[in-house]
Design a protein around this ligand. Sequence first.
Ligand code: OXD
Ligand code: MN
Length: 597
Amino acid sequence: MNKIITHNKKLKDWVEKMARICKPDNILWIDGTNEQRFLLEKEAEDTGELIQLDQQKLPGCFLHRTAIDDVARTEHLTFICTKKKHDAGPNNNWMSPSSAYKKAGNIFKGAMSGRTMYVIPFSMGPVGSEFSKIGVELTDSRYVVLNMLIMTRVGNAVLKELDKGKDFTKCLHSKAELDINKRLILHFPEDNTIWSVGSGYGGNVLLGKKCLSLRIASFIARREHWMAEHMLIMGIEETNGHIEYIAAAFPSACGKTNLAMLVPPEGLKVKGYRIWTVGDDIAWMRVDSDGALWAVNPESGFFGVAPGTNSKSNPMMVETIKKDVIFTNVLLTPDKRAWWEGADGEIPGEGIDWQGRPWKPGMRDEKGKPVLGAHPNSRFTVPIKNCPSASFRLEQHHGVPISAIVFGGRRAHLAPLVYEAFNWQHGVFVGATMASERTAAQVGELGEVRRDPMAMLPFCGYNMAYYFRHWLNMGKRMPKAPKIFHVNWFKTDERGEFLWPGFTENLRVLEWILDRCNNKVDAFKTPIGYVPYPQDLDMTGLNLPRQALEKLLEVKPDEWAEELKGIKRFFTEFKKDLPIELWDEYENLSKRIKSNG
Ligand code: OXD
Ligand code: MN
């Protein structure tokens, strides 16, 4: 054991107890220093866990490859382990804590023998802030340590907080044999504990992220009256220096990261907007003494999807990932750079693919399908501070005040480009009924609607009916609640072409949202909420036919009547637990649609 010793007896006892189960050869406390990081990077290179990339062009950058059956979050192996099954709800897989500890305990037994157990004390949120929570992750993976150093605030400052007696989330991870049949991602919210075994994929093993900051945090947040949400946070600054912040929730693959660091479109350049990125994935929000909702991003890094990242989709990210990056499962070029499908520039003539095999463009597998250089879920991990638009308020203990909450989904029809909820309760209904249509990129029936309330379906650490109740209660605690909106960047015409150009142009919609928050524009009342008058969206420099805009803003009662059936089916799953207010909102929407139909 190296010399960092905490005075927190509970922590010391727990580390010793876990070491007795996992039987590592050594224990190393991670102190957050660069010296220790360099040593670990060197060791990881020696073992082949990391490949160093061209240090002239990509300083501080490395490549890692996971096992080929360990490339994404494994939701079917992810469990919420509460004493009562009912508390996990119909939205989660459930296992009783006793059988979960027993089952995983058997896999953890001796799993770290021949390896070092790293002890990573980390803070989610600025160290010492009222918003923040501390975790300690024990892991036998250097890759996890090096990623946690990017994604969270790690080291002695955190131990000092623990010395004050602060509680912490006990996070235990072992790669074990990286065997999918012995892989479990277990959450014990009642014990403030996470056990993850048998995986090396980021979303399953960087336990500060989805596991702590969403599943465990959502459970704690309900008890402590705050909110842990799957949301980006961004600021929009006007030329007079005034900044308004929004938080937005979209299901995976709907462009959250791109929106969080949007570059204003050419046509709006004269307005001098500047975007500030606070976070791209998770928001922790509290009611502050001013009665408004304030948000921090608990993370300090991005864990972004590589494919499709380029100067058009996300120019800020292209700048961000030029140094200090750990790439996972991308293509390695002969000149030691990282490449992925949809990257800028020319397609490399050859390379080593994400599975470590020689690769050339145009290769096909035995079924005739193109062989990809990078896995579709290949990732990069990079510090937020590398991002040119990183907010100067990232370390602010109270975060940023939120003017608007934006929900969104991928709908070819139905949902207009943007609409505003009538009030908080109606906004909760809008979030609770969020849905996306399956795209060709996913297995299953094309166009099938998948409900993903508040984009939290895979991340809510308890029964979602209680989560909806919590949202309703939070509205009552806020004299200055943010307004709630819904956007849909993905509406298509009869030929299936997108009607809205998206990306940078989305700022035009955010502009309207903020105008509504500041009572600057009127809106058109429809059965589903307030929709913009076409003239209130600034279209300067955008060649969008008037007809397309009308289609984008259209609300069709017959489509909504169909949607109501899906909503009813979904709500019914929660039986009598579903807050009555949401059924009231359902009835009200139904009546409004009938009287408009
Ligand atoms: C993510 C996700 O990785 O939502 O952020 O799946
Ligand atoms: Mn996410």
